[in-house]
Design a protein around this ligand. Structure first.
Ligand code: HEC
Ligand code: HEC
Ligand code: HEC
Ligand code: HEC
Ligand code: HEC
Ligand code: HEC
Ligand code: HEC
Length: 508
């Protein structure tokens, strides 16, 4: 009993709260603090297995975790070296999993080790399971924190540099769904703050989809970035998410996200948008395990009342989601599980068809951007998905876009990269230069331009651009590789320069 009481108190003191809303919305603030979102990023704590080591067959290295003096350290040993890093942040509440972040100078990187809270084990993080050469040097890019943190401070135009502190608001706070609360705090009334449930469906759904819908590709409108999206807007005011198109028009999509699955369900189609995330989920509260079955059943019965659902219910029982929304294990080798949100019957299952290679906008952006955004979606995705069809579609649309005169910096960059891939650097250079001119402090654009100059045989200029990329982002590994290619006789020198900029910790 004593121990239990102590644990409860300890748990309570860690709870997050927004002090500005507590006074008037106490119960919402209290229950929200217990959700995964309120603990979406945290300082590392002792996990249940606080000391642990294991052998990772695929890379032939030993991995380990140490918790000592309130600090977490991750280490890796093999091929004659030991590296160890102090962990700065944990991403994920750990209900499913936690990933960990290390900080070197002002850059953030992902640790290859993860904690799987659902099974209480340490293991390789998803994405490192079949990695023969895992490192602590995979950049933690800003999109990760845009979805997982309340607020982070990426340095514009860099891959993974952040201001100090990098994550001023770790928890996903009220304003990520309710928008800027300044007017409401000055004069509290319902009319001056966004309530997602009162928005028209595209704007309502956008509040959740902005973070919950990954899609195949996310394309920003010219000059826009993630933080420009605010609840109340449509997502397409800022970016468009592209998902795989179904293979035949009259078949149901094989979906891979909560939003796609819900949209493919008869319950959503037949009610024309009435069913949304907020029908079943209360954003401020998660049902406890023992109320779970009744909680979701009540949602189903909002629409499925009367016969034949009544008879069905008496026959099969009360836990509707156990059968209609079962838990799934994804195929990516991770330990995470998720719930199948595609509510369907056997008949619709028969109509199941694979996802096609073509993409479609989840919701279309404004007319002048349709071709442009779709072109970028295809081309940004073609390499990762290794789809020739996507590449071809993208190239076709890109030339349309250029012909129509929509040539902002992102289009210029994409066009330049395509010309480089086609081994026509002379055609690439004007585009890449234009992309750099638009954002002179963007390290990746500088790097691409440098690569273009190098392929065109302009070694001196290429070196200057690559060194500019290094100045903007001292830990940009690819810039040093490019410098080593430009100056093969000094390859070792550039490798050393990279080591100095990005010191391996505790090398033995
Ligand atoms: C001084 C008291 C006060 C504070 C502080 C306050 N609110 Fe409110 N809030 C209200 C009142 C009053 C209403 C209107 C209630 C009604 O009309 O039923 C309201 C309504 C809301 C609504 C519902 C709007 C709607 O259209 O349904 C939201 C969302 C909300 N507040 C969020 C917040 C958030 C987030 C904070 C902290 C950043 C906050 N409030 C701080 C008093 C406050
Ligand atoms: C587009 C938004 C988005 C991006 C980008 C994103 N995530 Fe997530 N992540 C989510 C959402 C939403 C969930 C929870 C819901 C789910 O499982 O679909 C989640 C779940 C997780 C979880 C499991 C948390 C738990 O215990 O339930 C971890 C760990 C995680 N993400 C880590 C990362 C890391 C690390 C990155 C960057 C390398 C990243 N995510 C990028 C949106 C995102
Ligand atoms: C994940 C998104 C999300 C977050 C984060 C969130 N809310 Fe909400 N909130 C909603 C939605 C959706 C509704 C509408 C609920 C409904 O009516 O179905 C809502 C409704 C409200 C309302 C008015 C209706 C009610 O339930 O009383 C208040 C007040 C409110 N939120 C306050 C807060 C405060 C304070 C926080 C931070 C502690 C917060 N919300 C965090 C999504 C969110
Ligand atoms: C700022 C990004 C963001 C927004 C906006 C957002 N979510 Fe989430 N959501 C997350 C992340 C990240 C997690 C995983 C939290 C964790 O680590 O457990 C999550 C978890 C969840 C979960 C799992 C239960 C939980 O609390 O862990 C549900 C359900 C959920 N979100 C529903 C919604 C709904 C409904 C909306 C829209 C009203 C919404 N979310 C808006 C990022 C977001
Ligand atoms: C018809 C009801 C229903 C709707 C609508 C719904 N969900 Fe869920 N959701 C569930 C159930 C049931 C679970 C499983 C809860 C559990 O296991 O405790 C769940 C779980 C989740 C989780 C936790 C991770 C997982 O997969 O188990 C997330 C995140 C989530 N839903 C997000 C969303 C989002 C985003 C939307 C809107 C696109 C949405 N849900 C719409 C019923 C629903
Ligand atoms: C917003 C209202 C609404 C909610 C909430 C809702 N449904 Fe439905 N559902 C419908 C409608 C309407 C249909 C279509 C009925 C028809 O076509 O005759 C449907 C169809 C179905 C079907 C048949 C699917 C198919 O492919 O033909 C199943 C199974 C089902 N619902 C189960 C559920 C379960 C389980 C829940 C709760 C987790 C739920 N529904 C919540 C409105 C809803
Ligand atoms: C033991 C598993 C189980 C449980 C529990 C269960 N169902 Fe079903 N349900 C089924 C099966 C099997 C079917 C037949 C549909 C099919 O062909 O897959 C069905 C059919 C349905 C349909 C009609 C689909 C159609 O084709 O018209 C609806 C609606 C439905 N269920 C809703 C519910 C609701 C609401 C609950 C909770 C009160 C519930 N079910 C509980 C297994 C279950």
């Amino acid at each position: 009993m004593m121990l239990r009481a102590f644990l409860l108190i300890a748990a309570v003191t860690f709870l997050w709260a927004d002090p500005r809303c507590v006074g008037c919305h106490q119960s919402i603030v209290d229950s929200y603090a217990k959700t995964g979102k309120a603990r979406s990023i945290s300082k590392p704590k002792a996990e249940v297995q606080s000391q642990r080591q294991w052998f990772h067959d695929f890379s032939g290295r030993r991995m380990g975790v140490v918790w000592q003096h309130n600090k977490m350290t991750h280490w890796m040993e093999g091929r004659g070296t030991v590296e160890s890093y102090e962990v700065e942040w944990a991403i994920g509440s750990g209900k499913e999993a936690k990933n960990f972040v290390v900080r070197i100078a002002d850059s953030l990187f992902q640790s290859p080790l993860a904690w799987f809270g659902n099974r209480m084990i340490w293991d390789m993080a998803p994405g490192y399971v079949i990695d023969a050469n895992p490192t602590f040097y995979r950049p933690l890019q800003e999109d990760c924190l845009q979805c997982h943190a309340g607020r982070s401070t990426p340095v514009a135009g860099t891959l993974n540099r952040y201001a100090d502190p990098p994550i001023p608001e770790p928890a996903i706070g009220c304003e990520r769904c309710h928008g800027d609360a300044a007017a409401h705090l000055a004069n509290a009334q319902a009319a001056n703050i966004v309530n997602p449930a009162k928005l028209p469906p595209p704007r309502r759904d956008a509040v959740c989809d902005a973070c919950h819908l990954h899609g195949e590709s996310r394309v920003f409108n010219p000059g826009k970035q993630f933080t420009d999206y605010q609840p109340g807007m449509t997502m397409e005011d800022v970016f468009t998410i592209y998902v795989a198109r179904r293979n035949a028009e009259d078949t149901i999509l094989k979906a891979e996200s909560h939003a796609e699955e819900i949209a493919a369900s008869r319950c959503a189609i037949a009610t024309q948008g009435k069913l949304w995330c907020g029908t079943c989920h209360n954003s401020h509260r998660e049902p406890a395990d023992k109320e779970r079955a009744a909680w979701y059943r009540d949602k189903c019965l909002q629409c499925h009342k009367g016969e034949p659902a009544e008879t069905h219910r008496r026959k099969v029982g009360e836990d509707c989601v156990r059968c209609h929304m079962p838990r799934l294990r994804p195929f990516d080798g991770s330990h995470a599980t998720r719930t199948d949100h595609w509510i369907r019957n056997k008949k619709s299952e028969e109509k199941f068809l694979d996802r096609g290679e073509l993409l479609r906008a989840w919701r279309e952006p404004p007319e002048p951007l349709r071709d442009r955004n779709l072109a970028l979606a295809y081309l940004n995705n073609a390499e990762r998905s290794r789809s020739l069809k996507r590449l071809r579609e993208g190239l076709h649309l890109l030339s349309e876009t250029v012909r129509e005169g929509h040539t902002d910096g992102d289009v210029a960059l994409t066009a330049g990269i395509q010309y480089l891939r086609q081994k026509t650097p002379d055609l690439a250079l004007p585009w890449l230069q234009r992309a750099v001119r638009e954002k002179p402090n963007d390290s990746l654009r500088r790097l691409q331009f440098a690569a273009g100059l190098a392929s065109a045989g302009k070694a001196e200029e290429a070196k200057r651009e690559a060194m500019e990329a290094v100045r903007l982002e001292p830990m940009l590994e690819q810039a040093y590789s490019l410098l080593a290619q430009i100056e093969p006789s000094r390859a070792i020198y550039w490798k050393d320069q990279y080591r100095k900029a990005a010191p391996r910790r505790n090398l033995q």
